[in-house]
Design a protein. Structure first.
Length: 388
């Protein structure tokens, strides 16, 4: 065999030709890798397993044992002269060798199945996320439609998306709040003394904001409705903890059993609002207007009037019967004519407060500060009066 034949057979080419062939081989490998990503990953895993565990298995004697056993089995098979015995030995040897060869193929098959399943799961999640984002964008676009039926459908679609996708919960709440702030709803005034009625789509959006807020378990999302005009809004058992409602017009709002803990209600208009059994613990009500508000059984514990002076706060004729005002700062507040029957005023700061005409019958005000308070015509319970 001459040298030329050897070169052609074994691929011994000049340097430039070798580089060209290796580049072509690399290109084909890259094309196959892009066309069969799962096969490529499985091959890498199999090679990695072989590189990592092959020497270990060989070192503990598994490799030589396997090769020696196979070699001995083949020698014994070849030494058999009787055709019948040879067929019987072959019938036992072939399955053993088949199982031996099937082990790496089985491992490769499991790897491919796992990778394919993971890819399908990932692709499904990506497709779902893409569909959610497209639905979100379409619903937001429909919020500006002139037809109220289209707007209502868009709002309900956003609620469904918010409940189904945790990643879209915050953007949806923020969009709905921004819509209320920018829309500046014009409440429909009624001829009688009943409260103004909000437009149907605005009322629905406000209810949906509250329902979506219940999904915010870590309280990371702030409902920002500051300086909005929402008189007569119906928010029964609403979840509005830590909400920003500063300067909001909530007069005659229906807020029974609402969670307004740590909410910003400074300078808010809550005149004649229904706050029966509402949770206002830690809420900022500095300079808020609460004339005629019904706060029967409301929880007003904590820094009720935090942040600056509270001498502008009006609780005129407010119903605070049974309210928890433990340690509350009510200094300088207008509580004239307020109903404080059986209220908890333990260690409350009532210095300089106007309590003229207020009913404190049965109230517990142990340790309360009444320095400079106006108690003219105040109904007191001497049996419980223990403040200095």
């Amino acid at each position: 065999m001459n040298l030329g034949v050897i070169i052609r057979r074994w691929g011994i080419f000049p340097r430039r030709e070798a580089i060209r062939r290796w580049k072509g081989f690399g290109t084909r490998i890259g094309t196959w890798r892009r066309a069969h990503p799962s096969g490529w990953i499985a091959l890498c895993i199999l090679l990695g397993f072989t590189v990592l565990f092959g020497p270990v298995l060989w070192g503990i004697g598994w490799g030589p044992l396997l090769t020696d056993s196979a070699s001995d089995a083949l020698k014994a098979y070849r030494a058999i002269n009787n055709p019948i015995d040879k067929v019987e030995a072959y019938s036992k040897l072939a399955p053993a060798l088949g199982l031996l060869l099937a082990a790496p193929l089985t491992f490769l098959g499991f790897t491919l199945a796992f990778w394919r399943t993971w890819n399908q799961h990932r692709d499904g999640e990506l497709a779902t996320r893409k569909l959610d984002v497209e639905s979100f964008a379409k619903a937001v676009e429909q919020l500006g439609h002139n037809e109220i039926s289209i707007r209502l459908g868009a709002v309900l679609a956003l609620e469904s998306l918010g409940k189904a996708s945790s990643s879209l919960l915050s953007p949806i709440i923020q969009v709905l709040c921004a819509y209320i702030r920018e829309k500046r709803p014009n409440p429909v005034q009624r001829d009688d003394d009943s409260p103004a009625r909000l437009p149907t789509d605005i009322q629905l959006i406000l209810e949906i904001i509250s329902r979506l807020k219940t999904k915010d378990k870590d309280n990371q999302i702030t409902v920002d409705l500051h300086d909005t005009d929402l008189p007569g809004v119906s928010w029964f058992q609403a979840t509005l903890n830590s909400a920003n409602l500063s300067k909001a017009k909530l007069n005659r709002a229906y807020l029974r059993e609402a969670d307004l803990s740590r909410a910003k209600l400074n300078e808010a208009n809550l005149i004649r609002a229904d706050l029966v059994e509402a949770n206002l613990s830690g809420a900022d009500l500095s300079r808020a207007h609460l004339s005629g508000a019904n706060l029967r059984g409301a929880n007003l514990s904590g820094p009720f009037l935090s942040g600056g002076t509270n001498r502008g706060t009006s609780l005129f004729e407010a119903d605070l019967s049974g309210a928890n005002l433990n340690g509350v700062d009510l200094s300088g507040a207008n509580l004239s004519g307020a109903n404080l029957i059986e209220a908890n005023l333990v260690e409350a700061d009532l210095s300089g407060a106007n309590l003229s005409g207020a009913n404190l019958n049965g109230a517990n005000w142990d340790g309360a500060d009444l320095d400079g308070a106006d108690l003219k015509d105040t109904i007191l319970d001497p049996a419980r009066l223990s403040a200095p």
